[in-house]
Structures are given as C-alpha cells and as structure tokens.
Design a protein around this ligand. Structure first.
Ligand SMILES: N[C@@H](CCC(=O)N[C@@H](CS)C(=O)NCC(=O)O)C(=O)O
Length: 195
C-alpha cells in the first residue's frame, strides 16, 4: 500500500499512524503541495480531487479522505469500538473533526505555515472558531480520558493530528489543560512520529 502524503499534513499523518499502529506496511510517497505535485496529470489520474492523502492499494484500488482510509485500515481492530453506540459516538467525533475542527485549526495553521499569514494577521473569526473548538474539547475531555470511553479510538488519532500542531498558529495549549493531558495520553498510546 502506498500513501501519497505531505509531511506537514495532519490528515496524511493520521493514516500513517493508524497503519503503523496496526502493523500494516505502508510506503509514504511525499507529495509536495507547494510544488504542485498534487496537480500533475499522473496524480489527478489517481485522485481527480487533487488532494492528499491518497492511498493506492497493491491491487490498484485508490481511497482518499483521511478518516475513510483510517476506518478501512482499522476495520475489526480495537481502534473501532465493538459496541454499536460507542462506534456511533466515535463516528460523531470523526465527522465533527472534518466539519468543525479541521476547517478551523488546520486552516489557521495552514494560513501561517503555507500561505504567509502571521498570527497577527489571522482572521479574528477564524481565531474565534479555533478557540471554540478547543473549549469544546476541554469540556469533553475534563470528564473522561478519551473521546469515547476509557480507551483510545480512531476519534482520538484523528483529532490529535491538528490539535497537537495548533501551537504553530499561536494557540497556547497550556490554556486548555485537559486537552494537553489528553494529547499526552494519546502520545503514550501511539507512535506519533512522522515518516
Ligand atoms: N477531507 C480531506 C481533506 C484533504 C485535504 O484538504 N488535503 C489537503 C492537504 S491536508 C490538500 O491536498 N490540499 C491541496 C488542495 O486542496 O489543493 C481528508 O480528510 O483527507
């Protein structure tokens, strides 16, 4: 299996971490977004959406959308709760990550590290959305160790990706102590190093 990814992308890293945690061999193919390597005819033939992450399986099938890939890789593993309601709760957080969390924290960070913005020039409305996301996480994680129950699931792996990178956009994680403790727990549960 080959993972077309960009090393600064949390969406790509979460697949890398999931595969490694599950002992599934994966080859990382660095795809530099700043050089437009996701817009070449060869890449667009693989993923017409022109985005990483993209996984190419040995039989030639392709799969994109980070959480969909993680769900596929983790099928039948302890990263997906066996109980139907807990599984739905995990999904709840995966959808939240894509609709509310990533469009705030990843966009704020991307504006700084990829698009030349500074912390001072970030859109105040975007900063407000990021603070809201971190406040919600602080509320949830004050009463339990992980997003679903007492053990880490894909929800934690997915959400930690851009959360632990948000200091790049000026968010001081010490202001959200339950979130900071949760990041440490997730880091203890998985190897979150890059490719
Ligand atoms: N929802 C998608 C988001 C994918 C995405 O936004 N990828 C970014 C990098 S993190 C990308 O390829 N951006 C280049 C572009 O859209 O032109 C996922 O979770 O995989």
């Amino acid at each position: 299996m080959r993972l077309y990814g960009y090393n600064l992308s949390g969406n790509c890293l979460k697949i890398w971490w999931t595969a490694r945690h599950l002992g599934k061999p994966v080859e990382w193919i660095e795809t530099d977004l700043l050089k437009g390597e996701h817009r070449t005819p060869e890449f667009l033939a693989r993923n017409p959406a022109g985005q990483v992450p993209l996984v190419e399986f040995d039989d030639g099938r392709m799969l994109s959308q980070s959480n969909a890939v993680c769900l596929y890789l983790a099928e039948g593993s302890a990263l997906i709760p066996a109980d139907a309601f807990e599984r739905a709760q995990m999904m709840q957080w995966l959808f939240w990550e894509q609709y509310s969390h990533e469009p705030a924290l990843a966009v704020a960070r991307g504006n700084i590290i990829l698009r030349g913005a500074t912390i001072e020039t970030l859109d105040p409305a975007l900063i407000q959305r990021c603070n809201g996301v971190l406040d919600l996480m602080e509320h949830e994680l004050s009463s339990r160790p992980f997003f679903v129950g007492n053990t880490p699931t894909l929800a934690d792996l997915s959400i930690v990706a851009y959360t632990r990178l948000c200091p790049d956009a000026g968010f001081r994680l010490e202001n959200w102590p339950a979130v900071s403790r949760w990041i440490a727990r997730v880091e203890d549960s998985f190897d979150l190093s890059g490719p």
